[in-house]
Design a protein around this ligand. Structure first.
Ligand code: SF4
Length: 704
């Protein structure tokens, strides 16, 4: 009988970290590691906002980290672009060749090199630190990072003065909560916990969203307005507040700027007019305004939780401005549980100049390209107006072939054989299929980082829980090694990741606290605008913005109709929005087998009345189309979609969808009124059963 040595007890440790994903909650993680292997990722119970609970997606982090298709070594393309044919190469081979080719382009004009990145990690270090230094030193084109939140962000800046608002924990004390453009149960779970506390204590919850979401199911009322009409609704609420004198005149007089102009504009929006625009009943607006106005007269604090979905339309900036003004009309800011929250990120004292080192530009002012229009920009030739054609694209923390609008153009751009494309990734995404080189990057479990939050006011530290898998390297290290090959000798290119973590907040956040408990709460006032003190130029809530007027824009907000207004086209009579599928986060997690199984297939939600008019049945494969393209998916008939609006749940990887398509085949590159952001939810389509063209359609092989 062979001698069996008893297996020593596995060495088990727990490492504190932070969720890196694009979600307001920024949860504190606890990773259990056995013998160097991460076996469990859970919420840190010591962090009050996380309270020991994670969403389903991130609870599956070990599955994602050890995914059999995880990229573990550098790959070089050996087939036509887009076909996904690669061979392994050494880091030296890959980086030497990339650096040599970038060097030759930079010798002609470094602006022909474009970085492309977003919130694949929200980390301040693995996001824009060493990467930004590299591109600044190079003199590459700058990227305007607009894909998600810049319309709303700019709107807050020109209204409240910063991305700040009601502290999330105080929503638990509100008596009325408007959940506006947010499916909190799916995408802001830890806010929902506070809203539920308020509900149990007697608060009324009202959801305002074109889609009857899981959150709408749990609220007392749901207002299913048409996409892109939120500004009209806000103006009409104001009209009712004025008509019935549900106003805080003292607050308006002391702490706001431009009331007379706003008042005049709001009075043009009686409920009947707004109801016709919003596609709802006038009585719903009157009732909503009555509930909100009651808070001005002893009804208790009213708080609004906005999210970014509503600003993905032409008038998204103006709509956010109007909604952000509502609390000032009723003096809701006087209470710590009153006001509005879209983002809390402006509270964080991030030392961006130290991290990103714009001084490395050394006086140069490269052009700026907008990530929302990458489809068009990759296809533009050199010109005096545009500058050089884009010759090299370095993609990190993003999957533009799946997530950028107007896929047909994006794919055409990425397919250019003369474009050098380098992609830093965990998986061979749709974008990676078009790369010349794919460089394997570490996940959150394998590297250092520091985080802010746009949903609460705690800074978080992420420590590596396990060693990098295979030959993976952190983004920072990849850019360090490229910098060395480019001959960049500035001392800042030698900063290690822990030094970068310390630099992110400098002395403004105690790094020892971050090391000791994984998070640090920022000092911030409980009721920031109870007595004005808005961080605007006037110090007031700016109904009228001189800064916007100086740019030739309307200084007062208004309802700005969609680029593609419903009922304006007989060819494309349906409006489409594309909120995230519940188990995906943008295009992250789509390839995680257990989550993909729950989602099943790319889905279009459609109201039965719209389906019946088109002889469409539940479960049919349909073609959703407009002049930009065709999207093939399954249809689900239910009342989550209102009449006239279809919900294309996103964002599937194209190659995991039907016929290699996803919902962004249909979305446009047109921009918002403020913030130059994409207008994903401003999109008219038609739907039909996939017949001849769809008869042979199949979904790709799915993981068992
Ligand atoms: S995605 Fe959001 S809810 Fe899920 S773990 Fe990350 S921060 Fe928390």
């Amino acid at each position: 009988m062979p001698h069996c040595k008893p297996r020593p007890d596995p060495q088990t440790i727990q490492i504190r970290g932070a969720c890196p994903h694009d979600c307001p909650d920024t949860c504190a993680l606890l990773t259990t590691v056995e013998d160097g292997v991460a076996v469990k990722v859970q919420g840190n119970p010591a962090h009050p906002h996380t309270d020991g609970a994670l969403c389903t997606k991130v609870s599956r982090y070990p599955e994602r980290t050890y995914h059999p298709e995880r990229l573990l070594q550098p790959l070089k393309r050996i087939g036509p672009k887009g076909t996904g044919q690669f061979e392994p190469v050494s880091w030296d081979t890959a980086l030497d060749d990339i650096a040599a080719r970038l060097g030759r382009i930079a010798d002609r004009d470094p602006q022909a090199i474009l970085p492309y990145s977003y919130a694949g990690t929200m980390g301040l270090v693995q996001g824009e630190s060493m990467a930004a230094r590299f591109f600044h030193k190079l003199g590459a084109s700058l990227l305007k990072r607009t894909i998600c939140a810049s319309a709303g962000g700019e709107a807050l800046l020109h209204t409240l003065g910063a991305k700040t608002g009601t502290r999330v924990e105080f929503f638990a004390e509100a008596k009325l909560i408007l959940i506006w453009g947010s499916n909190s149960i799916s995408s802001n779970l830890h806010f929902w916990r506070y809203a539920n506390q308020a509900k149990r204590a007697g608060a009324r919850l009202i959801c305002i969203d074109p889609r009857k979401s899981e959150t709408a199911d749990k609220c007392h009322a749901h207002i299913a307005l048409l996409p892109g009409t939120d500004g009209a609704l806000a103006l009409s609420i104001m009209e009712q507040l004025i008509r019935h004198d549900w106003l805080d005149h003292d607050y308006l007089a002391r702490y706001t700027l431009g009331w007379e102009g706003l008042r005049e504009r709001a009075l043009q929006w009686p409920p009947e007019r707004a109801a016709a625009v919003c596609g709802i009943e006038a009585g719903q607006i009157e009732s909503l305004a009555r509930d909100y106005g009651a808070c001005a007269h002893g009804g208790g604090p009213a708080a609004i939780r906005m999210n970014y979905g509503l600003q993905r339309v032409h008038g998204g900036g103006n709509a956010v401005r109007l909604i952000a003004m509502l609390p000032a009309l009723i003096g809701a800011w006087r209470h710590r549980a009153g006001g509005v929250l879209l983002s809390s990120s402006g509270n964080f004292p991030v030392q961006r100049a130290a991290l990103e080192r714009p001084d490395l530009l050394a006086g140069r002012s490269p052009r700026t390209l907008n990530m929302a229009t990458v489809g068009d920009d990759l296809l533009r030739p050199s010109s005096a107006e545009f500058g050089p054609a884009v010759e090299a694209l370095i993609v990190y923390n993003s999957n533009p072939v799946a997530i950028a609008p107007d896929s047909a153009k994006v794919v055409q751009g990425f397919a250019r054989e003369d474009l050098l494309t380098v992609v830093l990734e965990h998986f061979q995404t749709d974008t990676a299929d078009y790369a010349d080189y794919i460089l394997p990057a570490t996940t959150q479990l394998e590297h250092w980082d520091v985080h802010l939050s746009y949903g609460h006011t705690d800074a978080l530290l992420n420590r590596p829980a396990i060693a990098p898998l295979g030959d993976c390297k952190p983004n920072t290290q990849i850019f360090r090694e490229l910098s060395r090959r480019m001959g960049f000798t500035d001392a800042c290119f030698s900063d290690d990741d822990e030094a970068l973590c310390r630099m992110a907040y400098g002395d403004a956040v105690d790094f020892n606290t971050l090391l000791a408990q994984g998070f640090a709460t920022l000092p911030s006032p409980e009721a920031p605008f109870a007595q004005g003190h808005f961080p605007t130029p006037s110090g007031k809530c700016e109904f009228f913005s001189q800064r916007l007027a100086d740019r030739g824009l309307d200084g007062l907000p208004d309802h700005v109709p969609n680029h593609e207004v419903i009922h304006s086209s007989s060819v494309y009579p349906l409006a489409m929005i594309s909120p995230p599928a519940r188990h995906f986060l943008n295009s992250s997690f789509v390839n995680v087998a257990s989550l993909q199984r729950v989602e099943g297939a790319p889905l279009l939600e459609m109201h039965p009345a719209d389906a019946s008019a088109r002889d469409i049945h539940d479960g049919d494969t349909v073609r959703v189309f407009n002049a930009r393209g065709n999207y093939h998916c399954r249809v689900s008939l239910n009342n989550r979609a209102r009449v006239g609006v279809v919900n294309g749940l996103g964002v599937w990887w194209r190659k995991l969808g039907l016929n290699g398509t996803n919902v962004n085949e249909l979305t446009s590159q047109r921009l918002t009124d403020l913030g130059a952001a994409p207008t994903f939810y401003d999109c008219l389509v038609e739907v039909q059963v996939a017949t001849a063209a769809g008869a042979g359609d199949t979904f790709p092989q799915r993981p068992a």
